[in-house]
Every structure is written in structure tokens, then in C-alpha cells.
Design a protein around this ligand. Sequence first.
Ligand code: ZN
Length: 287
Amino acid sequence: MTLNDYLNKALKEGWALPHFNISDAVTLTGILEAAKELKSPVMIGTSEGERKFIGGKQAVAMINTYRDEYNLPIFLNADHHKSVTTAGEALNFGYESVHIDLSVAKLEENILGTKEIVARAKSINKDISVEGEVGYLVTESSKIYKEIIEIPPESLTKPEEAARFVKETGVDRFAPAVGNLHGIAANVKKLDIARIEAIRSMIGDTAMVLHGGSGTPDEQTKNAISAGINNIHINTELRVAYAEALRKFLADNPEETTPYKFFKPVIEAIKIKTAEKIKLFGSANRV
Ligand SMILES: [Zn+2]
């Protein structure tokens, strides 16, 4: 089954395919241990920065190796690639999925660039899944915000624009701005469920992606899935689990210098957080 097959299955059966970002093999190991145990398909994402850190070829090789060894549907996505150039690079590296994020550009430019990446991807392999985005998120995944973040109404996705974008670009996945935020803010996230429903009613069976899933109350996540979200991104919560476990271990064991020892509790913390999300999204036992 291809990534798009799994997304279709998720939409029909009312669950969401989890997408987790990685910066290294430590995070990847924790995620995949949870996915294997719970028999969940997973998407692994690297942003432009994460991809540069790991290496594009290396990321592709790493995922291919784990997929064979674990016999699990693991799909590698170039997350938030912000230009036709960088999204094209990811395709050249062999990514099986790319998120071309031109959401800061005008809708017309966004449509043109996204269309170009859809055409390039499908010319390489029709099963490559492409995601586009309309509306923008005002925060970053690398941050824990101490302040209350106001979401400007003009940043939210208009359902008519979503419909036009999906129709004209032919994307496989659509990412809207529906009250979601990257990172974790001081305010409780408040998803616009009615807007998710309205967009869903206008984009047919196209997958709908919720970015910035970290820190969203479980009840809202479930409501978002019921309203038509079938793919959810988690990054910040894994980064926090990683950093906290590492800080604690090194504080408790200041003499320790062996990486495979001090990364052990990190992998465990990532595994626990990943398992929590897989259960919440309903993706366990879907392989
Ligand atoms: Zn995102």
C-alpha cells in the first residue's frame, strides 16, 4: 500500500496517520519502536533544517533500511519545504512525499509553484504524495511560547480558496490553517472545527493535514479527526521529551560520556510520547 492508500484508508475509517519529525537516528528509533509495537503506519518528516542536518540521501537510506527490517509502512516526507528549489531537491534525493509550503506567497503564486512540484513528483513516480498549504501558521515548532499567541483571522484558510487550490494543483494532501499553531503557546489551542468541516466538504477525498498538533487538548484532536482531518503532525512534544530526558540523565550522571547510555532514556521518552499519539489518533493496528 502506498502513502496515499493509507491516507484514503484513514479517511474512510475515521483515524489519522501520524507524522513525526526527526533530527537524528535517536528520535527515529524511539518513534519506530512505538510504531512497531502498536502496528501503526507512520510518516517521518524532515523540515529543510532537519534534512540539512541529517543529509537528504542519508535520511532516505535510513528510512529504507528500517522499512525493510521492521516490515512496517514508514513514509519519508520533506516537511515545509519553502521553495520549488528545495522541494525539488528532496524529490531528487528520493523522498516519497513532499510538502511544498508556499503559504506566505499570494494564492496565485502558491498555486503555480505547487502545481510545478506536483507535476515533477508525478513524473518521477505517480505514487509520490504531494502536500500544499493555504493560510499560514504564525509560530515556529522550535519554540515554547511563554506569551499568549493571537491568531490573526486573515491567516485562517478560507474554504473556497482551499477548494480552488486543491482543484487547480492536484495535491494529494491539503494543509489548512484552522486555529492550529506550531510549537506550544501559553494559551490552550483552540481549533476551528467548523472550518475544518467546511473545508472537508469542499475538497472531496483529498487528505487534510493538521500541522502543529503538539499541545492540542485530546478532545479537540478527536473532534478534528471526526471533522475530516486524517493526518496529524507532531514535532515539538517529541523535542521537549527528548531534551528533558537528556537533561535529566546528564544532571543525574554528570560523569557519563557514552552516548548509547545517555540516549537510552531519550529513546524511551520518545517511544512513550509516540505511543500516546498513535493511540490518540487511532492509527494502532492499521497495518
Ligand atoms: Zn508544520
